[in-house]
Design a protein around this ligand. Structure first.
Ligand code: AQP
Length: 338
């Protein structure tokens, strides 16, 4: 599983149902790299409560659904360490140390905090500090690369800044002069920011209020068709790619390119000048359905078994071993204990 491979870490928080945006920016990327790296994939359930979750039973069900969905999408459990974040206490423990080395000003600049905090009246501190927990997730496993969508790039860059700061302060007491590894974000060339189908100026999100704006991984064919047919476009009747002038059409073209794994230029050439939006929508419907139908089938098969528990138990044990060693090293370096 490991050898001399570099490490990769990726996760999707169970804060709502997984969307085709999460698939394009997160899952798809992970699948592409999982064999090339010593890959760690986890369900960041502790991140999910940074925004209000009113029903703990639903959170628990969603964690299980996410885990089965990762497998259904093609995660190879023989190649990856797959686990649930809250089952590895070192994430939380390291996050505290890192919080004490992160500046308020840095966290105040996080655009995702600005976006999300504007949606709620009472904001928990966890929403503010969650990028530090994400840094701990990455740093514990010495992850070299972190596949993310465009919205998470800033958080990986923060993790990198924290690493540099910690290495500068404590690195000299470590073998090789380096306490932590600097992570690099891996951003998809196409599909790093899929937009909401009802408001193509906003990104598609798990927690969006209007379900018509998002395609969920377990949507059936009829729902996918309805959502894409009703996707907001414009009135000029010409198809071309321009994210500012034609956000709705450009989003559909991007979705097609990301899912059909076709270079965006080829897709643009193919659709450029087509006159009927219905023709474009039909092709997008076909490609989304063809990607999601096998995922759905596999998900409903897995859901009936306890296979996922076996995979998660094994993943937890490996993750715990690596993470607790790393945490013990750091806690002793910062001076904790006797
Ligand atoms: N619209 C998107 N297009 C491409 N990639 C996206 N990602 C999220 N939205 C899009 C990527 O999916 C992964 C999941 O990240 P996360 O679960 O940590 O949360 P997020 O980025 O906050 O995703 P959501 O869907 O917007 O969730 P909520 O609504 O809970 O905030 C990341 O790689 C992300 O970049």
């Amino acid at each position: 599983m490991s050898g001399n491979k570099k490490r990769l870490l990726s996760g999707l928080q169970p804060s709502g149902e997984l969307t085709i945006g999460n698939y394009c920016g997160g899952i798809n990327q992970f699948l592409q790299y999982q064999e090339q790296y010593d890959s760690f994939l986890f369900v960041p359930d502790m991140h999910a409560i940074t925004v209000p979750q009113n029903d703990p039973i639903k959170v628990k069900e969603r964690i299980r659904r996410f885990a089965n969905l990762y497998l259904a999408c093609g995660l190879n459990p023989d190649r990856c360490t797959f686990f649930i974040q809250s089952e590895v206490p070192a994430h939380n423990q390291l996050a505290w140390i890192l919080e004490c080395h992160t500046y308020m000003g840095e966290l105040s600049r996080m655009t995702q905090f600005k976006d999300k905090s504007s949606k709620y009246n009472n904001i928990g501190c966890g929403l503010f500090t969650y990028p530090v927990l994400m840094a701990a997730d990455i740093i514990l496993y010495d992850a070299n690369v972190v596949p993310v969508g465009a919205d998470q790039k800033q958080h990986v860059e923060l993790a990198r800044d924290i690493v540099k700061r910690m290495n500068g302060k404590y690195g000299s007491s470590c073998p090789g002069g380096q306490l932590f590894v600097e992570p690099t974000p891996l951003i998809a060339k196409v599909g790093a920011r899929i937009k909401d189908l009802q408001d193509p100026l906003k990104k598609m999100s798990k927690s969006a209020e209007n379900p018509m704006g998002s395609i969920y991984l377990l949507d059936d064919d009829a729902t996918i068709k309805k959502k894409i047919n009703r996707a907001v476009t414009d009135n000029d009747g010409k198809i071309w790619f321009d994210e500012e002038a034609k956000p709705g059409i450009s989003n559909l073209i991007t979705l097609y390119a990301a899912l059909s794994k076709t270079p965006i230029e080829d897709v643009i050439n193919r659709f450029n000048g087509m006159e009927r939006y219905g023709d474009l929508k039909k092709e997008v419907i076909d490609v989304v359905q063809s990607v999601l139908q096998p995922v759905r089938d596999e998900y409903y098969r897995l859901e009936k078994s306890d296979y996922v528990d076996k995979v998660l138990d094994r993943g937890r044990d490996r993750a715990k071993e690596i993470a607790s060693k790393k945490y013990e090293l750091i806690s002793s370096i910062v001076g904790f204990g006797r």
